[in-house]
Write a protein that binds this ligand. Structure first.
Ligand SMILES: [Zn+2]
Length: 185
């Protein structure tokens, strides 16, 4: 029988979609890339198809993920960036070979190095995190209002007042909780 894995939370921002492969960090955490193969699946869905993934590469990926989470959280609350997180993000960014290419239809595609290694894919994610944390993109880093989540997400709403990392999960749960409280009260 095939094992069932938690599905992916896909967003518009690569770096925070990546950090969302671990959800409910402050509650019952859900690991959405529990095996190397699941990381391969996640990368493929995000336009970064790789040939294979080892356990060591999965560990590198998770280390990058937690570093992006730490740095993005600090940036969201305007704290100093943790030096160790910055170090990991820079290592991953510089140790991969990926190139942006333009399709005839005018879309960007990533071409990974000749061996399509996980390290190449991670360098694209690290570079995306750098551009978000450096404030180069139109939007604002914020922390999810759900007390069991507290994920860092990138708010691109015009008013910059988004409260939840994901309306379909954290936002909905909050709405339901309010509704139930009203019913009881
Ligand atoms: Zn959330």
């Amino acid at each position: 029988m095939r094992a069932e894995f938690p599905d992916f939370r896909l967003g518009n921002v690569l770096a925070t979609s990546f950090t969302a492969t671990l959800t409910e960090r402050c509650g019952d955490a859900v690991e959405r890339i529990p095996t190397p193969h699941r990381l391969v699946d996640w990368l493929a869905v995000n336009g970064l198809a790789v040939d294979s993934c080892t356990t060591t590469q999965l560990e590198l990926a998770r280390e990058l993920r937690e570093s992006i989470h730490a740095a993005a959280t600090a940036a969201a609350v305007q704290d100093a960036l943790p030096a160790s997180a910055v170090h990991v993000i820079n290592d991953r960014s510089t140790q991969g070979r990926a190139a942006a290419t333009l399709t005839p239809g005018g879309e960007r595609r990533w071409r990974l190095g000749s061996a399509s290694r996980v390290e190449d894919a991670l360098s694209v994610i690290a570079a995306d995190a750098i551009s978000v944390i450096a404030g180069e993109r139109d939007g604002r880093l914020a922390l999810c209002a759900s007390p069991t989540c507290r994920a860092a997400f990138f708010d691109t709403s015009r008013s910059r007042t988004r409260r939840w990392c994901d309306m379909n999960t954290c936002g909905n749960r909050q709405k339901k909780a309010r509704f139930n409280a009203r019913q009881r009260g």
